[in-house]
Structure formats: C-alpha cells, structure tokens
Design a binder for this molecule. Sequence first.
Ligand code: PMP
Length: 354
Amino acid sequence: MPELPLERWINPEILAQPAYQVKISSHRIKLNQNESPWDWPQPLKEEVLRRLGQAAWNRYPELRPQGLKEKLAAGLSLSPEQLVLGKGSNEVLQAILRVALPPGEILCTLSPTFAIYRLLGEQQRARLVEVPLTADFQVNDKNLLAASKAARITILCNPNSPTGSLLPLELIERVARQTTGLVIVDEAYVDFSGVSALPILEHYPNLIITRTFSKAFALAGFRLGYALMHPQLAAQVHKGLLPFNIDVAAIIAAEVLLDHPEIVAERVRLIIRERDRLIARLDKMPGVTAWPSRANFFLLATPLGPRETFAQLAERGILVRDVSDYPGCAQVVRVTVGTPDENEALVQAVKELL
Ligand code: PMP
C-alpha cells in the first residue's frame, strides 16, 4: 500500500505520539494491569444480568445517571452535583483537560507517573512540566511546589503508578493552596493506601479527585470511573464529555455491586497483606529489590534486568509489566499483587530464574 500523506491529514502532536500499548503474551497468571485478581461472585453477576434483561435496549441510557450518582455520592457524603461519571477515569481526565487546559499552558505531573497524562496533555498542545522523583521514587516537595505554582493543571497520582509511592496529604494541600490552577489527585489506587484527599475537598475549590471502578472494585471490563469536585466545576467538565457516555450495563453493574462494599473491603485487606508479604519475601532474595508500595502493585528489579525478567516470567506463564522505558525505571518491571496462589507462583518463579 502507498504511504498516505498523514502530515496533511493528522495533527502533528498525534503523529508524534506512540500508540498506547500493553504487551500481552499467553499466560496463566496475569499480573500486568493492576486489576483485581478476583471476579465478582456468580450470584451477583446473575443479578446484574437479570436487571440488564429487563432494561430497554432500544432506549438511550440516562443522560447523566442520577440514581447511580446519588448512590455513589451518598457513600462519600457528597452531593450528586459534585460527581462526574466517565467511561473509566481516563475519560473523565480527558474531559477535564479538554475543558480546562488551553494550548501552551502548563500541565505539571510527576515523573515517572501514569503515561496517559502526558498523552492527553500533548493532545491539548499543553506545555508539559514533569517533576522527577528521587532515585527511590519519592517526591521532592520543593521542586513540586515550584513547578506547580504557575501550572494551569497539576496531576498527582496518589499512590503513584508505576512506583506505588505515596504523597502525604499535607503536600497535596500545600500544592492546592499555592497554585493558581487546578489540582487533580488521581486516586485510582486509593483503597490500597487509605490516604485520600476527600477530607480536604471542601476546603480547596480548585481540587479534583478522580477514582475508578477498575481496580479494587473489580469492574475493569465495564469501564466506569468518576471525578469529585466543586459543583460549578462539575457542570463545566460535563461539557467536555459526549452525552450518554455511560451505558446501561455499566450503570446496572455498578448499582448492584455498590450494595456489597463488604466484598471489596475484605479483598482490599487481603491484597494489602499479600502485597507486604510478597515485597518482604522478594526483597530478601540475593540481588533482588522489591520497592515498598502503598498500591496493589510494586516495582521489582532482579539481576537479570527488566527485559529478561519479563521474558523469563512469561515463559513460566506469569505476565508482568515491563516499565523500563519509563523515566527512572530502567531496571524494573511492575508486578500486580495477585491471589495468594498466584503470588506464591511468582515467588517460586523468581527463585528459579535467579
Ligand atoms: N489512573 C491510573 C493511575 C491508572 O493506573 C489507571 C488504569 N491503568 C487509570 C487511571 C485509568 O483507569 P480507568 O480508565 O480504567 O478508570
């Protein structure tokens, strides 16, 4: 096929971007996307299917699902007007940047952090200012405060991905207090850290919290996320979303599953216990470093280096994430905490490859 004149048809910032990719090889143990290792219990899935069977498939879903918003908001002691729902938190992030980040303005993030922020920022033609973490993946307060001061938007992933490190709430507060712009705290993994900016939301009208159903809530397949913010901001962010963005299936699934917070809580407890146990065991092995984490994943370095570690684990049916192309991550892979059996298999596999 002839080469198309893409420079004439496609925006330059898109042409310059690599496509977002996830390297998937055949596996029996999936530890590469920070998902929940447990699906929902069958009786609850059947309840979702029953309600989906009764829904009218020929009709649009609600423009902005009020029942779901009320249920979610009540659980967080907020008002539904403070909530924006998206097809995954990614979509809400995109909407916020679309309505609030003009070309040439500064988007401030940590580095390394979740790769999507940079992609979305570039698509807005923003100026990216990335604050490097220290060699052990901690934030330098002074650098962050200096860089975020004049930023139009600062995004702080807390706990951060792919590092699992945590920003103290006091620092987030200082950033929110001193910047002239908005501050987004991405709390995709908040359930595993227990540190949320929610208690300070009402004190900082420029603060936005994004969350997802894809991780602790075990609903990645349905694509549902949300953001919490001042109602006046929420009204504007809605303009950055297409109407009817949340489909009937996601609304029903979330409504059914929100009635069972005890399942999520129990699983979160188990993941945290497994995480700390796994990191301690791996870190003791000769030449192996497993970094402390407050999320449901952690960084791992072995003497084989990241490429070979990924390949050797893949050969044993274990899929992890090679993040060695992230800044400051040249030596590491990222591992999601799995079920106790999966974690045991990982430990045995790492022993073998040493
Ligand atoms: N933020 C972070 C830090 C993530 O790791 C992810 C998922 N990889 C997301 C947001 C997006 O999650 P979703 O769109 O599934 O809600």
